[in-house]
Structure formats: C-alpha cells, structure tokens
Design a protein around this ligand. Structure first.
Ligand code: NAD
Ligand code: DAU
Length: 339
C-alpha cells in the first residue's frame, strides 16, 4: 500500500507517520508538506532513515505539482492533514485558511478523481459543529449535528468537508471524513493551549487564559487519533463521517492548573486576558458510531496523557526551544502584548 500523508511535518500528521510506519511496516509512506511556520522536519527525524519513508516539499493547492506527484507515485490512499490549523491566526488573516484548507482540498480531490484512488481521507475537526452551551452537559456532537461554524478556521474546514462529500456523491470519489476533538501530545506547536502553557510555565512566564477560563474542550491523546484514522481508512465505510473523541472534557482553567501542579509552579502565573472573539464555549464528542462500527476506543485518559505530554516537553527541550526562539517571538508579541 502506498499512502500520501499531507501535512506530515505538522503535529498530528507527524505523529500519524510515526504510528503508521510502526503499525504497517510493509506500507510506503510519502510525506508531503509545504513546511509553513507549523511544519518542522525535526518532527520527522526519528523516521527519516526508514526505507518506507519519503518526503516531498510542496503545496496541496499547487495543481501541477499535485498531478505530477500522483502520476509519479500512483498512491492508493491519501490522508489529508495539511491545513492552516490555528483559530487565532484565522481571525487575524483568514485568506490563507481559504487557500490551503478549501482550495488545497479541492485540488487533492481533483487529483483523486483524475487518477483514481482507493481511499481519500479528510482529517476534519469537531469545530465544524460550532459549540455547545456550558449548562447542558447532556449534549454532544454526533455525526448528524448540523454544521454551524464560528471562526474563519472552522468555516474553511466545513467548506472542505462539503466539497469532499460533493466529490463522493457526484464523482464517486471513495472518501471518508473524521471529525476529531482537541488533540494533545508530543510535537504540538507551542501556539496551542497545552504546549504554550507548558513552555511558558517552564520559563516562568505568564499563562494567558482567555476570558474566564470556563470554556471546555474534549482532549484526546494524539496517538488515539492516529489509531482511529488507521481504522477508518482500512475498515470505515466509504462516504461516511466518523466523530473521534473520548469523554475527556476539561475547562481551560483545569488544564492550566494541572500543568502548573505537575511542574511545581505557582498559580500566580495565571493571567486572565481578553477573550478570543467568537470563542466556542464547549466541544464534546459522542463517539458511539466509531465505537460500534469499528471498535475504536481511546486508550489514554487525560490524567495519564497530560503527564506523558509534560514529560515529553521536558525531555525534548531543543525541539520547542528552537521554535520559540525564532519568528514565534513576533507572533507572540502581536497576539499577547497588551492583550
Ligand atoms: P499543524 O498546524 O500542526 O500542521 C499542519 C501542517 O500542514 C504543517 O506541517 C504545515 O506545514 C502543513 N501545511 C500547511 N499548509 C500547507 C499546504 N498548503 N500544503 C502542504 N502542507 C501544508 O496542524 P495539526 O494540529 O497537526 O492539524 C492537522 C489536521 O488535523 C488539520 O487539518 C486540522 O484541521 C485537523 N485537526 C486538528 C486538531 C488539533 O487538535 N490539533 C483536532 C482535530 C482536527
Ligand atoms: O477541536 C479541534 C480543534 O482544536 C482543532 O480543529 C484546531 O486545529 C485546534 O487548534 C484546536 O482548536 P482550539 O481553538 O480549541 O485550540 P487552542 O489550543 O487554540 O485553544 C484551546 C482553548 O484554550 C480555547 O478555548 C482557547 C483557549 N486558549 C488558547 C490559547 C492559545 C487560552 O485560554 N489561552 C491561549 O493562550
């Protein structure tokens, strides 16, 4: 089996490549990534010498490049992780989100239609469902929950999902879509909540909590996301959407206080800052479909996963210290100074 993994130098794509090379040693994995600010070849360093690994730098929205790659490699499966993924950046600059997340997806779908494929898998997000109220803990996102987006990021991901479904219905492209909740774990770019708080706490910097810190996310250890996608591409029903998540809801404040406690720091580091515009209140996944159809369940609960994650950031300081010493400083200043 030949699998093209797009966005493979990012957080989840990188973890997925590590996972697949371990689980399917006979498969060839072709990693494709534009190496934007979020792409990092160091994430792929541990698998670089594997004979079944190859890397190609390029843009999923570059039609000529993508068609050439399909012609040369004749892949069986595409797993599309490539995206602009940070909500705050989408509020600052929506255009690149439309370009990569919507146009890029459409180019990949055209290539699948033109050259034929066994499976195209779209890595989507639970953010396409919008949010749930904080005072209704009985409510969850199911695959039937209407699309109702809040940010330019989630709107671009929802647009991509609609295109994927249209290419299945009209052109019979064999697709699946997964919509996962918040991931955490190794190689997570330190602009996102958990790695940002770990890095700041280790440097005794303020921990910027948006609004009141009451917003709730349903945290999934990244390896559990990888195992779910592996199951879907091999055994999921063509044309279907699968939600992925595992009842690990925490408020942002609970997450930040856990990190403070684990690192032996003081809660006085917490700084409440102005809220994210359009801030989604609560995400919570109902994973019944993937559990009953494919037998998937998360294996790492939050209390264990957060300890493993913190340990990884302690053991791999050069990975994230190189990031936060570069252009990240400009981003951080723009987002957080005088917030
Ligand atoms: P990330 O930002 O860490 O990685 C994205 C990768 O895509 C980077 O390596 C980047 O260089 C690459 N990329 C960006 N534009 C590209 C382009 N035009 N062509 C080729 N490569 C390009 O993101 P992530 O957190 O790993 O998320 C991966 C996917 O999973 C995204 O589609 C995201 O929407 C989805 N998702 C993320 C989460 C989460 O919690 N992080 C949860 C659910 C779904
Ligand atoms: O639910 C899946 C989504 O999870 C993915 O589709 C996105 O790609 C991914 O980035 C993530 O989106 P969130 O917006 O939930 O993640 P983020 O880490 O940016 O923020 C998590 C929560 O923490 C959110 O309520 C905002 C808050 N926050 C975030 C940052 C960066 C803070 O309070 N302070 C911060 O500095």
């Amino acid at each position: 089996m030949k699998i093209i993994v797009t966005g493979a130098a990012g957080f989840i794509g990188g973890n997925f490549v590590h996972y697949m090379l371990k689980q399917h040693p006979a498969d060839k994995i072709i990693c494709l990534d534009l190496l934007t600010y979020a792409g990092n070849m160091e994430t792929l360093a541990p698998v670089m010498d594997n004979p079944n690994f190859s890397f190609v730098k390029g843009d999923i929205a570059d039609r000529a490049f993508i068609y050439q790659l399909f012609e040369a490699e004749k892949p069986n499966i595409i797993v599309n992780f490539a995206a602009e993924s940070h909500v705050d950046r989408s509020i600052e600059n929506p255009g690149i989100f439309l370009q990569t997340n919507v146009i890029g997806t459409s180019v990949l779908l055209d290539a699948c239609k033109k050259y034929g494929i066994k499976r195209y898998h779209q890595v989507s997000t639970d953010e396409v469902y919008g949010d749930l109220p904080l005072d209704r803990p009985d409510l969850y996102f199911t695959e039937e929950t209407p699309i109702h987006t809040s940010s330019p990021y989630s709107a671009s991901k929802a647009s991509a999902d609609l295109l994927v479904q249209a290419y299945h219905r009209t052109f019979k492209v064999p697709i699946t879509i997964s919509r996962c909740s918040n991931n955490y774990g190794p190689y997570h770019f330190p602009e996102k909540l958990i790695p940002l708080m770990i890095a700041n706490a280790l440097n005794d910097k303020k921990l910027p909590v948006y609004g009141t810190g009451d917003n709730v996310r349903d945290w999934l250890y990244v390896e559990d996301h990888c195992s779910a996608i592996d199951l879907i591409i091999h055994s999921g029903r063509v044309g279907e959407v699968y939600n992925i998540g595992g009842h690990n809801e925490r408020t942002n404040l609970e997450v930040v206080k856990t990190i403070i406690r684990e690192l032996g720091k003081d809660e006085s580091l917490i700084q409440y800052v102005s809220d994210r515009p359009g801030h989604d209140r609560r995400y919570a996944i109902d994973p019944t479909k993937i559990k009953t159809e494919l037998g998937w369940e998360p294996t790492t609960l939050f209390d264990e996963g957060i300890k493993k994650t913190i340990q990884w950031y302690l053991d791999n300081k050069p990975w994230w210290e190189r990031i936060i010493s570069g252009e990240y400083q400009d981003y951080y200043g723009k987002m957080y100074d005088n917030r």
